[in-house]
Design a protein around this ligand. Structure first.
Ligand code: PBG
Length: 328
């Protein structure tokens, strides 16, 4: 049957009718809010390229967590800005490190019972060179040394789990890291802690503002020898298969908006829970358009997140988490 018997507009006539036939939902519990923990007390330092996003000292992180819990958010994704950096990134696996301190404080708060505390695992925030693994001499004068970095990532994951992380989320893109982290967690009494691997993480210009927020820009070169080429979806599927074979319990796809086809392909291919990460640059470009009055803030935020859910993401990491929860 076609027009005039079929009229698609019949089911769009009222908000209650549209709600009845709506295919995709968005719930505060699907949203994960990233936080950047810094040393000090009572510190809320706004990131220039990310209005509304702050570096927060541990006490402020706890306050932020309480707000996140009262809004019904699903969880927090924790990043750290250590006091000092070095060649190896030793601050990452220091049991008294900045994210470890944050986790210990959060675990004592009532908010922690309502939120999943996810610890990002990477070395780039902790290394003086800003790369995600150890640096050795290589073909461009330098290279990121895969295998010795695995040990350090494993140590970092074990330390974060001991401090109270509910989920370990490696974002470094070294080969074999999921298996190495699984072994390290199992060997240190954290066999119950799941791994959310950033299985397909593309070398993206959209991470620019994050590198200001986390002070993690590479001091030389770029991340193209370990993060993926944005042109490749088949390679993304191989990364996902490998991470799941190595023991990933869930996978995260990032960036989100320019890679929604990858999210959809992943959803159709595997049965583990899938998250999408609306990264810093996606946030910043929307914020800039809101500031200029070019886009309607509330509607655009929800539409951008709904698109990720429709593409197949079960949950979404987003700097808009609190704004979106208030709108829902
Ligand atoms: C650490 C890491 C990055 C992001 C998440 N984990 C930065 C990068 O790879 O350079 C980016 C998140 C964002 O842009 O919001 N490796």
């Amino acid at each position: 049957m076609s027009f005039p018997e079929t009229r698609m507009r019949r089911l769009r006539r009222s908000e209650s009718m549209r709600a009845l036939v709506r295919e995709t939902t968005l719930d505060p519990g699907d949203l994960i809010y990233p936080l950047f923990i810094c040393p000090g007390k009572s510190i809320r330092h706004e990131i220039g390229s990310m209005p509304g996003v702050f570096n927060l000292s541990v006490d402020e992180v706890v306050r932020e967590a309480e707000e996140a819990a009262s809004l019904g958010l699903g969880g927090l994704l924790l990043f750290g800005l250590p006091e000092t950096k070095d060649e190896q990134g030793t601050g990452a696996w220091d049991d008294n490190g900045i994210v470890q301190q944050g986790l210990i404080a959060l675990k004592q708060s009532a908010a922690a019972k309502k939120l999943v505390l996810i610890a990002d695992v990477c070395l780039c925030e902790y290394t003086s060179h800003g790369h995600c693994g150890l640096i050795v001499e290589g073909r461009n004068g330098w290279d990121v040394d895969n295998d010795p970095s695995l040990e350090l990532l494993g140590r970092t994951a074990a330390s974060l789990a001991r401090a109270g992380a509910d989920v370990i989320a490696p974002s470094d893109m070294m080969d074999g890291r999921v298996a190495a982290i699984r072994r390290a967690l199992d060997a240190s009494g954290s066999a119950e802690v799941p791994i959310l691997s950033y299985a397909s993480k593309f070398a993206s210009a959209f991470y620019g503002p994050f590198r200001e927020a986390a002070d993690s820009a590479p001091q030389f070169g770029d991340r193209k020898t370990y993060q993926m080429d944005g042109a490749n979806i088949r390679e993304a599927m191989r990364e996902i298969d490998l991470d799941i074979a190595e023991g990933a319990d869930m996978i995260l796809m990032k960036p989100a908006m320019p890679y929604l086809d990858v999210v959809r392909a992943a959803r159709e291919r595997v049965d583990v829970p899938i998250g999408a990460y609306q990264v810093s640059g996606e946030y910043s470009m929307l914020q800039a358009a809101f500031e200029k009055g070019w886009l309607d803030r509330d509607r655009t935020i929800l539409e951008s997140l709904l698109g990720m859910r429709r593409a197949g993401a079960g949950f979404i990491v987003t700097y808009f988490a609190k704004d979106a929860a208030r709108l829902l």
